[in-house]
Design a protein around this ligand. Structure first.
Ligand code: 26W
Length: 860
């Protein structure tokens, strides 16, 4: 009977329209007469979701039936952005005849399912572009780490890997950034305001999670290694919400499971007896606070109890879910690591290691050592930062109170680990205290989560070659000595070309598919096909088309900037072809050195003014400082004073420069408020030049550098993170590198501390202007802390050491862009031609082969 009434996917425009209308009428309970763009977005998404759900169900059945190894990606952040356009691009409407009766030939082509829906929407009276704009970003992440997780789930589905993502369903994503009077102001991102058509609530999947309480052991049992009972003191429920993750050109639809905290319905007799009804309701409501809000820090650890609660809540729910699925197959526990690989996205999910050990020992009664063997074979850990202030540490006291049994287990893990170290390196007390999971600092003892993650994993990887080398020679040096170098490996980050090329830059995608004769967009699955473009790099008529696409995208960004600037246009559209768009968008952080960028802008402005004062004509000025728009964007952590000051300085400089009629539009500065994924899709394709200028050795990888290159933008950058491999792939002639190398950073810092070396003239000039209030609005010494950090506090990020080579390289950029346009365009084409390595598909394949040992499960 089930077969007779099989649900059907829509596969024609006609069928889509039918679906759409029924969702308007039934799901939304509206009529076509009062269906606005928002309702149309909802109904379209529901219709598309229906198709995905059919494939999603089949994918899960297939993956279960084939019984291969499953991969679980644990990430506290998934910065997904919008889902609808992505689904339209990835979705197959061309299922086999078995599914839909007849196949519509036209639907198998690259673009057509999106085109088909666009046309159908038009017939229904809607414009697809407007409908797409209705969707709020799913902004459940801070920056690079969260967006990486989002690119990974896309590539995992595209590569047909049986893989799920596990995360938290925050009610508030990363805050929305308002710029008021030049300052960042944070406002809550209540993204679930309208119902979210992309999530499927699994009310049947509820996992009880405990906190606090105490540990109990059978009478007479002294050893913490023995199965123990943890009697929790507070209990909440984790409820699953699933998001379908469609692969590109495959019917594989994977799952992203996000947990939501809910109160239990358990009855608290003590409260009842006290007659304290109101208090017991309040206690219940507290449960929901666990998944209320994403912590808005990037690369800075605060150590708040609620954050640890979030982490354990999520790890415990996910592990419970994974173990439940494993147990259905009744395989022996020893086969757990053959069935399951769990990847830890940074140290945030490290408690999953301890939780699995607890499940195996306390609940499943496995011998401690057998259990530990299973645990270490299951987990692998990715490190994303070497910055000390970002390394997670939890006070023993706090962890022991919140999770008493886990604290015991951590002590035992540490005990066995230190014993093994002692055996191999006898009498080295220094080594033991350096590698101990417990840091014995004066007063408060802390659990070092990165060390626990290393000890509990079989592989540890960094995210770019330089970074992976650095972690081996610095923060994890002792562990290389203990475990050998093979435990440590590199998987260079990547980005999904579906979103970051096809979706963000449809014009470029079209030009590419025409030029390399790939009408079905197969290059999006095999980016090595792009090398074909090299042939055309110097072809003038091709260069013109290439440049036209860039101009189109720059105009699109100019429109966005105008809108964000209250309708006031600051970009001279007539000269847009000869205006260099110089963009730096990423989280605001001292190590990323937005301050150096804005100092460079100030330097340029002062030089222009000086030339004018000395009697130069504006044409002469333009000769040396041709047209440029300097664009910034990014959020600061709410409590990060210096980063917020940098934002204020950028806005103050913008006000002065943009209002100065003497320089006649030769230089403009704009800070894009509320930088997010959907804005990045407009911004990235529009860059001529983007800035990736972190102090060498501080940016683990960077991924926006890859996005800009994939869109034909050139890079000005330091020899840091993935910039190194970008240079290797696209050729050193096609990137503007500058600055000191990471191997010299320690010495330079040392010099700043102990010798007061003279700062470069160019930088002094800039700092003088800032100090003299040239850009101050409120009080003259407003920006003093930014100057002091360089002049008097050791210039930790080495702005003064790199400034001159930065300015010189910017000058070179101007010359090539304005005087050697053909050269510029050639570099741009060659960049795209050789960017293939940075597809997250390559990256996922490396994880699968070298870390997970997992195989794709392809649909028939
Ligand atoms: C606990 C506070 C906290 C929050 C987030 C510490 C650390 C983080 C992240 C690990 C920071 C982060 O996003 N790192 C970035 O990860 C990207 C993806 O690998 C890299 O491209 C960036 O270089 C790195 O800064």
């Amino acid at each position: 009977l089930w077969n007779k009434h099989k649900v059907k996917k829509f596969s024609t425009g006609e069928e889509f329209e039918e679906k759409f209308i029924s969702h308007v009428e039934w799901t939304l309970a509206r009529s076509l007469y009062n269906c606005d763009d928002l309702a149309a977005y909802q109904a379209t998404s529901q219709s598309v979701r229906d198709n995905l759900v059919i494939d999603w169900n089949k994918t899960q059945q297939r993956q279960t039936a084939r019984g291969g190894k499953r991969v679980y990606y644990l990430s506290l952040e998934f910065l997904m952005g919008r889902a609808l356009d992505n689904a339209l691009i990835n979705m197959r409407t061309d299922t086999s005849t078995e599914d839909v009766g007849e196949t519509d030939e036209t639907l198998t082509k690259g673009n057509t399912s999106r085109e088909m829906i666009k046309n159908a929407m038009k017939e229904l009276g809607f414009k697809l572009e407007d409908i797409l704009e209705q969707e709020p970003d799913a902004a459940l992440g801070n920056g690079g780490l969260g967006r990486l997780a989002a690119c990974f789930v896309d590539s995992l589905a595209t590569g047909n890997y049986p893989a799920w993502g596990y995360g938290l369903r925050y009610q508030y994503g990363i805050f929305a950034q308002k710029i008021i009077n030049g300052y960042q102001v944070e406002t809550p991102d209540y993204w679930l305001n309208f119902s979210n058509p992309w999530e499927i609530e699994r009310a049947e999947i509820q996992v009880p999670i405990n906190f606090y309480g105490y540990v109990d052991r059978p009478q007479g049992e002294q050893s913490t290694l023995a199965p123990s009972d943890w009697i929790g003191g507070e209990r909440v429920l984790a409820m699953a919400h699933d998001m379908p993750i469609p692969g590109f050109k495959t019917s594989t639809v994977n799952n992203l499971r996000l947990w939501n905290a809910k109160p239990t319905t358990e009855f608290d007799f003590s409260k009842f007896n006290n007659g304290d009804y109101k208090n017991s309701v309040e206690q219940q409501q507290r449960a929901e606070s666990i998944t209320a809000v994403l912590y808005p820090n990037d690369n800075f650890e605060q150590g708040k109890e609620l954050r640890l609660k979030q982490q354990y809540f999520w790890c415990a729910a996910s592990l419970h879910d994974i173990v439940r699925r494993f147990k259905k197959n009744k395989r022996p526990w020893s086969e757990f690591p053959d069935a399951i690989a769990i990847q830890l996205n940074d140290t945030h999910p490290t408690m999953a290691i301890v939780e699995l050990q607890r499940i195996l020992v306390d609940l499943e009664k496995l011998d401690w050592h057998k259990a530990w063997d299973i645990v270490t074979k299951t987990f692998a850990y990715t490190n994303h930062t070497v910055m000390q202030e970002a390394l997670e540490k939890w006070p023993v006291q706090l962890l022991g109170r919140l999770l008493p049994r886990h604290m015991e287990i951590i002590y035992d893990i540490n005990w066995f680990f230190l014993q093994s170290v002692e055996k191999r390196f006898p009498h080295d007390m220094d080594l033991l205290s350096r590698v101990s999971i417990i840091e014995e600092a004066a007063g408060d003892r802390q659990v070092r989560m990165a060390f626990l993650a290393i000890i509990g994993s079989h592989k540890v990887n960094g995210v770019a070659e330089l970074h992976s080398d650095l972690i081996k020679s610095t923060i994890f040096q002792d562990f290389v000595k203990i475990y050998g170098a093979n435990k440590f490996t590199n998987v260079t980050n990547g980005i999904t070309p579906r979103r970051w090329l096809k979706q963000a830059n449809p014009k470029l995608a079209q030009l590419i598919s025409e030029t390399i004769n790939d009408p079905n967009d197969d290059y999006l699955l095999d980016m090595s096909k792009l090398t074909e473009l090299s042939k055309h790099a110097e072809d003038e008529s091709f260069q013109k088309k290439w440049n036209d696409v860039k101009q189109f995208n720059k105009l699109r960004l100019a429109d966005l900037i105008k809108r964000l600037n209250g309708g006031v246009d600051i970009i001279d559209r007539e000269h847009i072809r000869n205006t260099l768009f110089d963009i730096q968008v990423k989280r605001i952080h001292e190590y990323k050195r937005q301050q150096m960028n804005i100092f460079g802008v100030i330097h340029r402005y002062l030089e222009m003014k000086e030339l004018l004062e000395a009697g130069s004509s504006i044409e002469d000025v333009a000769e040396k400082y041709p047209r440029k728009v300097s664009i910034f964007g990014g959020k600061s952590a709410p409590g990060y004073y210096m980063a917020k000051l940098i934002i204020k300085l950028v806005n103050s400089v913008a006000e002065v420069v943009n209002g100065d009629t003497e320089i006649q539009d030769l230089l403009k500065v704009f800070f894009i408020p509320d930088y997010n994924v959907s804005k990045a899709e407009i911004i990235t394709p529009a860059s001529d030049l983007s800035e990736h200028i972190s102090t060498a050795g501080t940016e683990a990888s960077g991924t926006s550098n890859m996005k800009f290159v994939m869109n034909g933008g050139l890079i000005i950058g330091t020899v840091d993170g993935a910039n190194v491999e970008i240079t290797r792939e696209i050729g050193e002639d096609n990137i503007f590198l500058f600055g000191n190398l990471s191997e010299n950073v320690d010495e330079l810092r040392y010099n700043h501390q102990f010798h007061s070396s003279a700062l470069p003239e160019s930088l002094l000039k800039v700092m003088d202007a800032v100090e003299n209030g040239a850009f101050s609005t409120e009080n003259i010494s407003e920006f003093k802390p930014l100057i002091d950090s360089i002049k008097h506090q050791g210039d930790y990020y080495l702005v003064s050491d790199d400034f001159e080579s930065y300015i010189a390289t910017q000058h070179l950029v101007d010359q090539v862009y304005h005087k050697e346009k053909k050269e510029w365009l050639k570099k741009s084409v060659l960049s795209v031609a050789n960017v293939g390595f940075f597809s997250s598909d390559r990256c996922i394949e490396e994880y699968a082969e070298t870390i997970w040992n997992a195989e794709p499960v392809k649909p028939e």
